[in-house]
Design a protein around this ligand. Structure first.
Ligand SMILES: [Zn+2]
Length: 298
């Protein structure tokens, strides 16, 4: 657990203007287009469930990220904003695409988080659901969302066909679980040190119910190895998981853009189409999703 979600020490502190500085920051940025961007951004961050009554019709307009007003073409402002967005800041802003039905696109990092009551209602017991294709791959009590199951079974079956036995080390983790885990590390070490050793509650992809930590069925836990991706199982997963819809969220050498240290065991399911798209893009999942969010809001 401690090894998971470490963050590189030199990552920059929050660059997002705090509330009292917002007006000054906007003035510095200048362009009206930037203002529009921030308004959209704030609307998204304020929560997708905030309905807003249309005075003409009285109808409730859902304020979701996919339905915000089109943005103009602020090339320079857009670029500046992208840089700001790509920085690894510490905050508790509502995750873009942060509802359970938007699971392939939800942006989670050190800044964006899920609500404390975000809990998928289709979690399934993996020990039962995988018993026929990968017996022993998941200890009792481990759960993932039903949307993951078909492709997870395909992934484990393909690995088995290649003579490899993958197992699941960790799967769904609730907000409360992550909260107690983080509190444990604060008590053991310090708040600053805990930030580097554990994700804060709401910021872990495990709360999505679509992320899991893999390991080899036989052999040590993946995070006790120097690099699990150099084992036959880890190498196979790194090469093939995307074909089944799973993306390694924190690949090597990308700490500055993923906001977390390399985690060769941590995979998030985004579906085969998105995973293939991410693979083809050469981007990390976080960059890909941030770009997708930006272009959807445009
Ligand atoms: Zn993980």
């Amino acid at each position: 657990m401690k090894a998971a979600n470490d963050r590189r020490p030199e990552a920059p502190a929050s660059r997002r203007p705090r509330r009292p500085d917002r007006r000054r920051a906007l003035r510095a940025l200048g362009a009206l287009t930037t203002l529009a961007l921030v308004v959209v951004w704030t609307a998204v961050a304020s929560g997708a469930s905030d309905g807003r009554a249309d005075p003409a019709t009285g109808a409730q307009a859902q304020q979701t990220s996919a339905e915000v007003d089109p943005m103009p073409e602020p090339v320079d402002a857009q670029r500046a904003s992208s840089q700001e967005r790509s920085a690894c800041a510490y905050a508790d802003d509502a995750a873009p695409f942060g509802t359970t039905d938007q699971w392939p696109y939800t942006v989670l990092d050190t800044r964006f988080r899920l609500a404390s009551d975000y809990a998928p209602d289709d979690l399934v017991e993996l020990a039962v659901a995988l018993a026929d294709v990968a017996p022993g791959a998941a200890p009792a009590g481990m759960k993932l969302r039903a949307v993951v199951l078909a492709d997870l079974r395909a992934l484990l079956s393909a690995a088995a066909a290649a003579g490899l036995e993958l197992a699941i080390q960790s799967a769904y983790r609730s907000f409360a679980y992550q909260e107690s885990t983080f509190a444990y590390w604060v008590k053991e070490e310090s708040y600053d040190q805990a930030l580097r050793s554990s994700a804060r509650a709401g910021h872990s992809e495990h709360q999505l119910g679509t992320a899991m930590d893999l390991r080899s069925l036989t052999g040590p836990e993946a995070w006790d190895l120097d690099d699990w991706a150099t084992t036959p199982e880890g190498a196979w997963a790194a090469e093939n998981a995307w074909r089944y819809g799973f993306v390694m969220s924190y690949p090597p050498g990308e700490e500055g853009v993923t906001c977390y240290m390399y985690e060769p065991w941590h995979y998030r399911y985004v579906g085969r189409a998105v995973a293939a798209d991410v693979h083809a893009s050469g981007l990390t999942l976080r960059e890909y999703l941030l770009n997708r969010w930006t272009s959807d809001a445009r």
